[in-house]
Design a protein around this ligand. Sequence first.
Ligand code: HEM
Length: 374
Amino acid sequence: MSRPPTTYWEYIRVEELLALQGGLEKTDEGLSNDEVLFITVHQIDELWFKLIVRELVAVRNLFAQPRVPEQSLASAVRGLRRIRLLFTQVAQHFQLMETMTTRDYLAFRDKLSPASGFQSAQLREIEILLGLEMRLRVPLGGEASYLDALKYPDGRESPASRRVARRLRDRPSLREAVEEWLHRTPIQGSRPSDPDDAATVRRFIEDYLRAHAAETERARTFAEHDGLRPEERTRLDERYASERASARRFLLAEDVEDPAMRARTSRVRAALVFIESYRELPLLAWPREVVDSIVAVEQASLIFRQRHARMVERVIGRRTGTGGSSGVDYLDQTALRYRVFPDVWAVRTLQLREAALPPLEQPELYGLVAEQTR
Ligand code: HEM
């Protein structure tokens, strides 16, 4: 027996959807256009968040495999590009909010209080899935943690708090999975399981640092000219010397206390430099796209945070948020601090011209071969 013909309104559930913008009154008939806009934009953005969560899970699952097939990297890049675009859409919607004046918003703002976007469980899921470290979280301003804010005011668990608790148990994060994958990158033909891997990686790092020192010296000579005052010249010298010292500290992971973690972090950072430096090698071309897409996702998420803060400043100024935070200041701090992939960004500071790179060893290992190497 054939099924009855599908209709658009049944498949998309149009009537159910259009009945959801009534807020506390459950019907939008008596609400102002501003309030219906406010509710609708939040709902649309929660739907975009839902899609971001789904894509993040899919990409995380690809990288969480013990061996990531080379051919699945294109799917990962597609997923990451979609996530970037979704963040861009959310940021775009803030323009719509800006069509509302401060007074228009104040007309219904009290109804919200003490609710806030701070209770968006899906944004928290996104942060957890990406791998945002707990120590980076900006406190809301009171004693309560971001997890407490997801509960009902009397402290009972809510659908939001349960959703986030479930996600906290869902490991690994994208950051952890990607780091694990990066750690397996063959560097100068050497894999972590090779007996002299540590020595090969260290040699690569030292070669790279030597090339980097020569390049910063070259940049310094270009920046220097006769018109510089002695103190300006000294400042310039110090700046380039500090770039060299930072490069060494970063690649040797001197900022990491635990020796085992330090060696691991150093190898991951060296892998990032290696992938970016020799990206023309067939086996590094897709990994390089992955790394670039990760930067694009993080950039879009930071722009979303900054854009939200500027919209908020325009609509409510610097007053306290309905959720009790300092408002714009709180939002600006999250935009500054919520970086999940700082190492991927940091590598940009160290990259060198192609002509200045140390010579590549065992290039034949990075050709397109039937056997998987990672
Ligand atoms: C007139 C419009 C809006 C105003 C005045 C506003 C204001 C604020 C303020 C002040 C906060 C900080 C927490 C607090 O103390 O309440 C906040 C957080 C938040 N808002 Fe908005 N918001 C608006 C629209 C939106 C829209 C359309 C979205 C849709 C995604 C959104 C999502 C969020 C999220 C997810 C947070 C939590 C951010 C975090 O903790 O990292 N907001 N909002």
